[in-house]
Design a binder for this molecule. Structure first.
Ligand code: NAP
Length: 278
């Protein structure tokens, strides 16, 4: 089977490494000729070029570009695809992408590997990035059975934990565990930066250690990704942000009222519940 990957960045490059490692012939397409050269030199792909026509022989094509251009790339790619080819994407939001691509290509299925890092580009790509992490497929009522089965088999080769749900359920779920944390982590960084005393700020930066590293990691990551989450999953993100504000208000009130027993109950509850998320 031949695999095509459009967008040889962190996710596309990492997928390429793993699919090549299990024996598939991987053809890459990326916007910049230098990225294509690097992907071949690094051994992520068998061949690469900026030309979408080079994917004419691919059986499955993953679009791994920013969400904002998935639609335009699919439109340019489709004239080159064989009628049996499966088209999928890895975008972090699914409703907007699936609604747009399903009418364009009946053998399209949305997907989202839940793994990443704060870095971007082909040099950040790594083998086994997805192993042990969720990979969500979002078929619709019209998605052909053989498309779903082929994708399940393919994703299974990445040693991911496979899930299937509707695009709507996907977007609501990831708002809680991915899109909301991106915003709250960014808010934490901006709140710290609002310290007016430069000496205090400098010391705080020197004292920052594992706790701050963990809580600020996603807020310090790819800005394009955060903007895309807000733009394409706006309603669900706003819903989770409003709820988060209520949680903050509740915590603030407990501290203002020196209600230490209520605070302890809440923190014991979050300590017990966290393990269910991880
Ligand atoms: P990335 O490292 O910036 O990679 C995106 C790549 O797409 C770039 O290397 C760029 O290649 C290429 N590209 C951009 N515009 C293009 C165009 N018009 N035509 C062809 N190639 C183009 O970003 P990423 O983190 O891999 O994210 C890619 C997708 O994965 C996004 O849809 C994102 O939502 C999704 N995702 C990200 C994560 C994460 O944590 N990072 C996790 C899961 C899913 P050039 O170098 O050639 O310009």
């Amino acid at each position: 089977m031949k695999i095509g990957i459009v967008g040889l960045g962190l996710i596309g490059g990492s997928l390429a490494y793993d699919l090549r490692a299990v024996g598939y012939n991987v053809l890459g397409v990326s916007r910049q000729p230098q990225t294509c050269k690097d992907a071949v030199t690094l051994g992520a792909v068998d061949s690469a070029s900026p030309d979408l026509a080079s994917l004419a022989s691919a059986d499955v094509v993953f679009i791994c570009t920013p969400v904002s251009v998935i639609d335009a790339i699919a439109t340019r790619l489709i004239p080159y695809l064989s009628p049996e080819a499966i088209l999928t994407d890895v975008g972090s939001v699914k409703g907007a992408v699936v609604n747009r691509l399903t009418p364009l290509w009946p053998r399209f299925i949305g997907g989202h590997p839940m793994a990443g890092s704060e870095e971007t580009g082909i040099h950040a790509a790594q083998s086994r990035l997805f192993a042990g992490n969720p990979y969500i497929l979002t078929p619709t009522a019209e998605t052909p059975d053989d498309v779903i089965q082929t994708m399940k088999d393919l994703v299974g080769k990445l040693d991911c934990n496979l899930y299937e749900c509707s695009p709507t359920v996907h977007d609501r779920s990831v708002a809680w565990i991915s899109h909301l944390p991106k915003m709250t982590s960014a808010a934490l960084i901006t709140a710290c930066l609002s310290e007016a005393d430069p000496e205090i700020l400098k010391l705080a930066q020197s004292f920052a250690s594992s706790g701050f590293r963990d809580t600020s990691r996603v807020g310090g990551g790819n800005p394009e990704l955060g903007c895309m989450m807000a733009q394409y999953n706006r309603e669900e993100l706003l819903r989770s942000l409003h709820q988060y504000r209520q949680s903050l208000d509740r915590l603030t009130a407990m501290i203002e009222q020196s209600d230490w027993s209520a605070l302890e109950v809440l923190l014991k509850q979050t300590q017990a519940e966290r393990s269910k998320f991880l």
